[in-house]
Design a protein around this ligand. Structure first.
Ligand SMILES: *Cc1c(COP(=O)(O)O)cnc(C)c1O
Length: 349
């Protein structure tokens, strides 16, 4: 498959912006200030950031066991989703409900969207996907696995079937992979040239930095790199993310704590009458409020009531009405926070 030909003609014709790095003693070429800030002495913020984020990409490549040429850095993975759509165009296909940015950014970029409902087990409806791939030939397919907001992983056989069948780019968004304990798709980079994997530091302690990565075949990286803004990742974020990655042990111990609290939360929620929690491989749990009325509006009202009740007690969760009627989504917090949530929830039910 010639990946270059998948890019829109206007993108194919572009060359990626290259900021040349010329060694020198006195640097007066880029309209930067010569004065830094003493509070930020470890990072020279008076200079433009490394446009290629070499140090950070090197560390990530080692962690992911791929080459730096397989990695592109984003200002969060949101930005990479935007860049992918800008590069390959639509139609973009994705299951629903899922992460909202796939639809929002497709629309922002004026590209067609194809939404394919999940099956009753929240898994991919491969029959529908195969039909769409055949008839509408999506240039991009977005699969969030584990899926936000349902929390489950899609079955890997189905994801692989879609990767094999698609004549476009298949993006497996692994924002929640660190909580799922499985790493099946990174090893497939190099086997499937149309596979793109998205990872982010946002869910594992560094949301404020806005750092995400895409892992893909160098030909795909090269095309997407053309639409990336040259200085998309600022130097403080590059520096802090690199420090955090060097501190692997702390990062992984936090992930382990979240996973063990997720298991406790799910156990406790299963014992709680009036709600139905769904299994999760992520750092959140989706749960349905059993409304008094079995109607859609009854379920919606029940979810609103619990949502507002929790908020009055100072606990903010996500109200999924409109995306997933009758459901709320709770993020796994610290043990004391989870305990307070469970207590408040039980009082309200
Ligand atoms: C949160 C989330 C993202 C966004 O990640 P950023 O790196 O913070 O932009 C991407 N995909 C999914 C599925 C998410 O839930």
């Amino acid at each position: 498959m010639d990946m270059r030909r998948l890019a829109k003609p206007n993108i194919r014709a572009l060359k990626a912006y290259r900021a040349e790095e010329i060694p020198c003693r006195i640097k007066l070429d880029a309209n930067e200030s010569p004065y830094g800030f003493s509070a930020l002495r470890s990072v020279p913020v008076n200079r433009y950031p490394d446009p290629e984020a070499k140090t950070l990409r090197g560390l990530v490549a080692r962690e992911f066991r791929v080459r730096p040429g397989n990695i592109l850095h984003g200002n969060g993975s949101d930005e990479l989703i935007y860049n992918l759509i800008a590069t390959f165009g639509g139609p973009a296909a994705y299951p629903v409900p899922t992460f909202s940015m796939y639809g929002i950014l497709s629309q922002a970029l004026n590209e067609a969207k194809i939404e394919i409902p999940l099956d009753e087990r929240f898994d991919l409806d491969t029959e529908r996907f195969m039909e769409v791939i055949k008839k509408q030939k999506p240039k991009l397919i977005f699969l969030s696995s584990p899926n936000n907001p349902t929390g489950n992983r899609f079955s890997s056989d189905r994801i692989r079937e879609i990767i094999r069948a698609s004549k476009g780019v298949v993006v497996v968004d692994e924002a929640y992979q660190p909580f799922s304990g499985r790493n099946e798709f990174l090893p497939l980079i190099g086997k499937h040239r149309n596979l793109v994997i998205l990872r982010t530091l946002s869910k594992i302690g560094l949301a404020g930095l806005r750092v995400g990565f895409m892992v893909a075949d160098p030909a795909v990286i090269n095309e997407v790199n053309k639409v990336r803004l040259p200085f998309n990742l600022n130097s403080l974020s590059q520096h802090a993310a690199a420090e955090a990655l060097k501190n692997r042990e702390q990062m992984h111990s936090h992930i382990r704590s979240v996973v063990s609290e997720r298991k406790r939360l799910l156990r406790e929620m299963k014992k709680t009458e009036g709600i139905e929690p769904y299994p999760s491989q992520a750092n959140f749990i989706l749960f349905k409020i059993r409304g008094a009325a079995k109607s859609v509006s009854g379920n919606r009202k029940a979810a609103d009531r619990i949502y507002e009740g929790l908020l009055r007690k100072g606990i903010l969760v996500r109200n999924m009405n409109g995306i997933f009627d009758g459901c709320l989504r709770v993020t796994v917090g610290r043990p004391a926070e989870n305990t307070a949530f469970l207590k408040a929830l039980r009082q309200l039910l």
